[in-house]
Every structure is written in C-alpha cells, then in structure tokens.
Ligand binder design. Sequence first.
Ligand code: ADP
Ligand code: MG
Length: 477
Amino acid sequence: MTNRSKVEEPDQTTDSSSKETWEQFLEEFKESVGQFQFQIFGNHLKLVDRTNDHLIIGVPRSFHKEWLEEKQQNKFHESIHDVYGDNIEAEVKITDSELSNESSENNVKKIKDNNENPSNSSDSSSDSCFPFARSNNYNPDLTFENFVVGDTNEYAYSAARAIANDPVNNFNPLFIYGGVGLGKTHLLHAIGHEVDSNWSQANVKCINAEQFTNEIINAIREGDTKEFKYNYRNVDMFLVDDVQFLAKTDAAQEEFYHTFNELYEKGKGTVFCSDSPPEEISTIEERLRSRFGMGLTVDIQPPGYETRVAILQQKAEQEGLSVPKKVVEFIAENLAGNVRQLESSLTRLAMKTSLSKERITVELARKELSDLFESAESGSRKPLTVDTIQELVADHFSISVADLKSKKRTRAIAEPRQIAMYFAREHTNHSYEEIGDKFGNRDHSTVIHAQKKVESARDDNPDSELVHHVRTLEKEL
Ligand code: ADP
Ligand code: MG
C-alpha cells in the first residue's frame, strides 16, 4: 500500500517561500470547499512544479482530478488566482504511479459506455500468503463503474472511492448509512472490488454483521475463539454491512468492539454500513456507537429524478433491454422510492416483453407497474411492519396470525409462514433474529431457510403455486 503523507512537500527545486505560498493556497482552498470535501480529496494535492506562469499540481487518482477540474473548477481556480496571482495557469496531473491499476479511470456517471467488469481478479498466487484473502463473495455487478452518482449519494460515493484507493491514510472508520435499497451494499462491494484490483495481496474481510454474530456465537459454543480472533484481527481491511444487525448479545458486541479497536490501532481501514446513523442504532452499546462515529459519517438519500432516469438507463443497458426515453421518464416520475424498485420495474417489463414480444410503451408500463407505483406511493407514507405482513398473508391464506406464530408444521401453515418470513425480510429492516422472534420465537436459521426457499422458487420454478401466491401478495403489499 502507498504511504502518502497528508500534504506532501513541494519538490526540492522549490524554496521555502514557495512552500509557504502552497500552504497558503491549501488553506484558502480548504476554507472554500469545506473541511469535509477537503478531507476526502484536497488532502492529496501536491505541488509538482512551478514556473512564473504555470503550476503543475499532482493528484493520486483520476477521480481527484475530476473533482478539481469539474466539480470544484471555480473554487480551485479562484484560490489559485488569489494566492498566486491572476496570470498563473494551473494544470492537474495524475502522479501516483504506485497504484498501477487504472480501473477507476473515467468512472463518474458512466451511463452510456459499455464497461468491462473489473472484478476478474483471479490472481491466486497471493492467496497462499493470506489464507483468508479472496474469501469474499462480492457481487460482480456491484462496482464503482456501475454506480450512478447523483446529488444524494455523491458524498458516500466519493468517500467510498477515497477509502478504497487509500484505506490506510484516509479517515477511519467510514460509516455509510441510509434507507433500504439505496446502494450501501453496492458501495461496500465496490470498495472490495477496487481494493482487490489495486492491492492484490490485501486480506479484506467483507461480511454482514449477522454473519459475524453467528460466527462468534458458534466459536464460543465450540469453546474455541482463537481461530475466529485470528481471522478477524489480521485483516487489512474490514467491511461490515448492516451493523444494526449485530446481535444484542454481549459476546458479539464485545468481540466486535475489540476487533475494531485492534484493527484501528494497527491503522487498518474499516467501513461500516447501517440503516441509521451511529447514534441512533439503539441495539448497539454506547462505546461501539461512539467508535462508529469517530471517523467520517456519510448518508445516502433516495435519488432525485435525474438520477433515477440515469439509473434506469444504465440498468436497461446492462440488461440489454431497449426502453424508450419516454418510458424511462414515466417510471422515474412514478417511482420515487429506492433503487431496488427501479430495478424491479425493469425486470418486470423485461419478463413481460420476452414472453409476449410486445414493445415497451408508456401504456404497457402503466399497466404492468401500477401496483409498484402504488406501493411506492404508500410506502413513502407508511413503512411496512412484520405485523401488517402477517395479517395480510394470514388473510390471503384464510388462516390466523396465531397459526403463523404457532408450532404447526403442516404444509397449509408452514408455507404461508415461509412466505410471510420472506416478505418480512424483503420489506422491513428487521434482522433474521428479530423476524424469528416475531414468528413464535423461531431460530434465525429458519428465517434464512424460508427466504432461500422462496428465492429459489422464484428463480427456478416461476410457475409454481408458491410463486403465484408470492406475486399476488406482493401486489397487495
Ligand atoms: P442497500 O444496501 O442500501 O439496501 P443495495 O446496495 O443492495 O442497497 O442496492 C439495491 C440495488 O440497487 C442493488 O442492485 C444496487 O446495485 C442498486 N443501486 C443502488 N444504488 C445505485 C446507484 N446509485 N447506481 C446503480 N445501482 C444502484
Ligand atoms: Mg444492503
């Protein structure tokens, strides 16, 4: 990994007054763009060369350059002219040759270009040095290239890129929070992909907090936590999704706390995702919450109209689906919720037209997606709860909610229960553990099993009765 210092010295040919001027510029620019953005991007600026009318400024990565030349163009040049005078031209160059991989070139808002997936990093030679490296199942689609950047996710995106490119020297930890389906997991996997491709020997651990909980509980049950500790405390980067799902048990929180502390002290990069900001995660003990909030906390909000259009265009292109602009705009206007809903709308249209060979029109979208639009609208009014799901599912199958929570295992009860558990997991923010509790104190593994069963039926057996019920209920939900 690189070992860049925060503000690097100008090169030896420049004298001390030139160094002072440079620092003056950095100060002024920092004030102008704000501490937050400067922390992510500005800290990496370096004065490479200077003549009477020309400055060459070095930055490590292409997205730093984009930030300076596009996003902060005015403030950048104003600060330069204020400090160096009006006649000076500033040129920005990417100077960091230590990070050789250029997969992050030209990433921002790439909607039209067909990208190659950069995740095919199968350099196995390094795996033997780090027995746990590459054990992460990153979703190959969740890359920075495939992430559409807009006003509401820009900071999270930039911070994620920054930490992926420089896990050691950046702010630590990075804490990303936001509602369901807004791209948190996407960014987490994107960091994983990027670190893998830039730093082939890195031992990255990317897990869900529930998985962490299960592993520590199993290790304790088996009376051997040594291997667990070794696995988690010797990583170069620790990426944890859904930290709100870290179990309330002392053992899990205690172990998590010590894992974090040890990695933090060793200067290892950590990234956490959650549905709410650190101080609001009531299930997590105070000392851990304050650790989470120690670095940089960024949020993701639902995308605005323009971003929704861009996301739909990108997804359609990825799927090889030809969707007229008018239809894209129509969907974007009617689905203001999360990105997952946008994806569902396209999947539905794709399925519909692949069977009927119909063309995708606004009329077809209106007809096929009306329930999605309605649920997006009512979803923005009232979030679904497990209770509502249970009532709806019980009603649909003409059984009682008590049946769903009972120990009965006949198919007539067990299948509706599995469907209800599946919906509870898909449509609420509850952990497997919490959902299990709400279904008559069942184990979290029962909920996982139910979710897998419905998912695989949807994939492998779309004409089955079970999937038919799921679809009907989905419309009602
Ligand atoms: P979260 O973890 O916040 O619940 P995910 O990261 O799982 O959400 O995102 C849900 C889906 O939406 C994923 O398929 C993801 O790829 C997609 N998605 C979210 N935000 C974006 C974005 N800005 N650009 C492209 N796809 C996105
Ligand atoms: Mg997620």
